[in-house]
Ligand binder design. Structure first.
Ligand SMILES: NC(=O)c1ccc[n+]([C@@H]2O[C@H](COP(=O)([O-])OP(=O)(O)OC[C@H]3O[C@@H](n4cnc5c(N)ncnc54)[C@H](O)[C@@H]3O)[C@@H](O)[C@H]2O)c1
Ligand SMILES: [Zn+2]
Length: 387
């Protein structure tokens, strides 16, 4: 244990949050503490996220009733130490870089798939009092989102072909008639069709959880998160978190490189909305056994979010359409959030404008990180994963 229990045992039970010192983990810990839970964290303090000398923003942890174990979710002995005596498990620990996963295949599989397998293996083979497991999956399991074809109805296209991308044909076409498509919100019932190794490991986490918890009678809920942003996102990890990466570049006066034609879109959801959805799901038996989307339910193009961010952070950075693309990236996906709304009454509360202002205020209060994006993109180009 590297940090001591900062508070007394509370009556609502103890929650183990794996990966709890990461971006979403910190927001979840704060909310769980407000709800009266005792907290335990298992986190490896991965250097890519926390720096070579781990530097967790201590102001984000101050006063929490928290035990922190530095350890690895793939290690049975570490898991055993952390799992005994807990009432809930929130499993966040993962490697999260989509592009990096395309060449870090065994490592991503080990941390994400094997880590989840070890966790479930312990839960199935030991006596425990765990009331529920929450797994954070990702919208990446869908691959391309859902679309409507005027002739063929609702379709889910395959990953875009290398030849189409090379010709700068960015929009996916109807898999049936090859006609143009209209984007629609992606519901949970949409087929899963991972386009990256990261996505494949998130889908493996889901399947392992459904099957193991289902057969052992352990309640669980799986949350498919869209693009989460907000205070606390790693400013040093160049492989994930487009808005924190861009914030650092804006502060350094560097241009913002935008892939494709900038009109690719994502569903940006503020971390406090995600933490609220997660804790509500942990506390609501009605969502046991369910897989639910968590997002804003609104698509925003990467070009426009970069321009909005540039305005709120300030400075003179310009967006630059590079026309490049990355293998494994999807074109569009935004969440249909009607199921989680109906199940627990969840609605996102933070608009993109408010959320970006909040992100900018936090980023500008942090030490200026080194920008690793150019270096990360060079690695991808050398490997033929960015063109
Ligand atoms: N941030 C997003 O936009 C987003 C979107 C969809 C899903 N998710 C999922 O949410 C979860 C949390 O993501 P995040 O954005 O907070 O990521 P993050 O990288 O900020 O946090 C992950 C944490 O896990 C820890 N970790 C990594 N490998 C570990 C290991 N082997 N053992 C123990 N700890 C380990 C890291 O040190 C880090 O503190 C992940 O499962 C991710 O796949 C995130
Ligand atoms: Zn069609």
């Amino acid at each position: 244990m590297i940090a001591g229990a900062g508070g007394q045992e509370m009556s609502r039970g103890k929650v183990l949050v794996t990966g709890g010192l990461g971006f979403i983990g910190l927001a979840v810990l704060k909310l769980l503490a407000r709800h009266g839970y005792a907290l335990r964290v298992l986190d490896s303090l991965s250097p890519q996220i926390h720096g070579q000398v781990p530097d967790v923003d201590r102001s984000l942890l101050a006063g929490l009733p928290l035990e922190v174990f530095r350890g690895d979710v793939v290690r049975r002995d570490h898991l055993a130490e952390c799992l005994s005596g807990v009432d809930y498990v929130v499993h966040l620990a993962a490697e999260t870089g989509t592009a990096q996963s395309m060449y870090g295949i065994a490592h991503y599989n080990r941390v994400n798939s094997q880590g989840t397998a070890e966790l479930l293996d312990w839960m199935v083979n030991h006596r425990h009092s765990i009331k529920k497991l929450i797994l954070t999956s990702s919208r990446s399991v869908y691959g391309e989102g859902a679309y409507r074809c005027p002739s063929c109805g609702i379709v889910t296209p395959d990953s875009r072909r290398a030849e189409s991308l090379a010709q700068k044909h960015w929009e996916p076409l109807c898999p049936i008639c090859r006609g143009e498509l209209q984007l629609i919100a992606t519901p949970e019932s949409s087929r899963s069709c991972p386009a990256s190794i990261y996505a494949a490991t998130k889908l493996a986490q889901e399947d392992l959880t459904r099957i193991a918890c289902g057969s052992a009678g352990i309640p669980y809920t799986i949350l498919r998160l869209q693009n989460v942003y907000g205070p606390g996102q790693s400013l040093t990890n160049p492989y994930t978190g487009i808005l924190s990466i861009f914030s650092t570049r804006i502060r350094q006066g560097l241009h913002l490189p935008i892939f494709e034609d900038g009109l690719e879109s994502r569903d940006f959801v503020h971390v406090s909305d995600v933490a609220r959805a997660l804790v509500l799901c942990m506390e609501t038996a009605r969502v046991d056994g369910k897989t639910l989307n968590v997002g804003s339910g609104i698509p925003t193009s990467v070009l426009s979010v970069a321009e909005m961010l540039s305005q709120v952070v300030g400075g003179s950075s310009r967006t630059e359409l590079t026309g490049q693309y990355r293998v494994g990236d999807i074109r569009h996906c935004y969440a249909d959030i009607s199921e989680i709304q109906a199940a627990i009454g969840f609605r996102p509360e933070i608009s993109l404008e408010e959320g970006l202002a909040d992100l900018a205020a936090w980023v500008t209060s942090q030490p200026l990180a080194e920008d690793g994006l150019d270096q990360a993109n060079r690695i991808l180009t050398e490997r033929g994963l960015m063109k």
